[in-house]
Design a protein around this ligand. Structure first.
Ligand SMILES: [Zn+2]
Length: 480
């Protein structure tokens, strides 16, 4: 007889037909939009309709393909044109064939460039979206990101502790708080439970969030030419090579893909301008000795808030900066702000509302709440410590100060609220609202390379000022 783990493996890897549950199976639902979001990590195919869709799917091999039967749909021109939406350099999709399989069933055959492990889920109407049926195509052999994260975290904990004192290995959480390593323990304790949840049937995900303008179809993101030369100032982290090491900055351009973020009065999307600012910041840092950069996204695709944190943790980033340009209810709000996580309530009503808007990204972008990562995230994202928040404030204050020298500030104090993307268990994290895209003047400014470079320079100078007084300690002093 098969053991439960073996049985689970067979269920996950076979070409089992999976029935999606939906409260209302629409007959004659109309397709509103089809969107394809290719990215190196996964390609997303979204079908948006005026009624909930029900679908079954099969994963087939030789050649690899995904066969999807959608009930209650009639073949129309949008479906016929679906293949034209697939880019030739899509990492996963080679081609899509579409046909009326039965009188009320449309069949999609997605020819694949590599074997995939699809996540298929439905989303109820939220923001400007109606019902969505989502196919996230992940590589079949990507490894276990959660396990890799655990192992890297434990290794980092050990190295940091050894590097600091030479004492017997102790986890980072113990070192910071004197408490046991709840992060690692929790994952270990819940591992089997999470495996079971992953094998469970998907369920409908009811979501609510603020209304925003509908996203555009994959508008090409312009690239900026960087005229800036690397800073000529002496590098603060290079003053004493014996004690300091290379710093890894995690840069997190907000939103992306299905989640456009805020949209300005002339239609500029936050997700596009913050990616350009993030690239300027990346280039400034990469041209600086002893600084390296990891980006949570470098193209136009959706990354869940938890995944942004996980990526930075997995890379052992030293600092985390999330970059945004949100909107406000009135067009006159203007200027830049810097936010950190709060332990309790928000420092102002505005900070609380801003965190609510940012945290709606997962609902708008669309996540599968049955995925293991989401189940882990629900617990992990509440594990931030007082020590980490204090470290975040030490980074945010000089950043706000430097920004005040170069751009207009909205708030002269670092504000705090419950931003999910700032809930890294161990990395000092801040969120920079670079401007209000809802302000017509600031929206226009965000469209100019000069202003985007100025913003990136201001954040960069802030980070340098922080590192000047808080250089990271050597990680592997004793091991090397
Ligand atoms: Zn934002």
């Amino acid at each position: 007889m098969l053991t439960p783990p073996r049985r689970r493996f067979l269920v996950q890897s076979s070409s089992l037909v999976l029935l999606l549950t939906a409260p209302m199976i629409a007959r004659g639902a109309t397709l509103m939009s089809i969107r394809v979001w290719p990215a190196p990590e996964y390609t997303r195919l979204t079908l948006e309709s005026d009624g909930a869709l029900s679908a079954t799917h099969q994963v087939l091999s030789d050649p690899p393909r995904l066969v999807v039967d959608i009930q209650g749909l009639q073949l129309d021109n949008q479906l016929r044109d679906l293949a034209g939406k697939v880019k030739s350099d899509d990492p996963f999709i080679k081609d899509v064939r579409v046909g009326q399989f039965k009188p009320d069933v449309v069949r999609l055959v997605i020819d694949l460039k590599q074997a995939v492990k699809p996540q298929v889920f439905s989303l109820l109407p939220v923001a400007a979206y109606q019902n969505r049926l989502v196919f996230d195509l992940y590589p079949a052999h990507a490894g276990d990101r959660l396990m890799a994260f655990m192992q890297q975290q434990e290794t980092l904990d050990r190295e940091r502790q050894l590097g600091a004192s030479g004492a017997p290995p102790q986890t980072l959480a113990q070192a910071q708080t004197g408490q046991h390593d709840s992060l690692g323990d929790w994952i270990r304790q819940h591992r089997s439970e999470l495996d079971d949840q992953q094998a469970a049937q998907p369920q409908q995900f009811a979501q609510n969030g603020p209304r925003s303008a509908p996203p555009r179809q994959q508008a090409a993101t312009p690239s900026d030419n960087l005229a800036d030369s690397p800073s000529s100032r002496p590098d603060p982290v290079r003053r004493d090579r014996r004690n300091f090491r290379t710093v890894l900055l995690a840069i997190d351009p907000g939103h992306g893909g299905e989640d456009p973020g805020a949209t300005g009065p002339s239609g500029v999307h936050e997700k596009d301008v913050v990616l350009l600012i993030a690239r300027h910041l990346r280039d400034l840092a990469q041209n600086t000795p002893h600084m390296r950069v990891m980006m949570t996204r470098d193209s136009d695709f959706f990354v869940p808030l938890w995944t942004r944190v996980e990526k930075a943790q997995s890379a052992n980033a030293d600092l985390f900066t999330s970059i945004h340009a949100d909107g406000w209810f009135t067009p006159d709000a203007r200027g830049a702000s810097v936010y950190c996580l709060s332990e309790g309530g928000a420092t102002s009503v505005e900070a609380r509302l801003m965190a609510q808007r940012e945290n709606a990204a997962d609902a708008i972008g669309g996540i599968d709440i049955n995925s293991r990562s989401y189940q882990v995230a629900k617990v992990l994202l509440d594990m931030s410590t007082t020590a980490k928040i204090n470290a975040s404030l030490k980074m945010a204050r000089p950043t706000l100060g430097k920004m005040g020298e170069l751009v207009h500030l909205h708030s002269k104090q670092v504000q705090q609220a419950g931003f999910a993307v700032l809930k890294s268990p161990s990395i000092p994290s801040m969120l920079v609202e670079t401007a209000f895209i809802s302000n017509p003047e600031e929206e226009a400014r965000l469209q100019t390379p000069a202003y985007r470079k100025q913003i990136a320079r201001a954040i960069f100078e802030g980070l340098r000022a922080y590192l000047d007084t808080n250089p990271p300690l050597a990680r592997r002093r004793i091991l090397t």
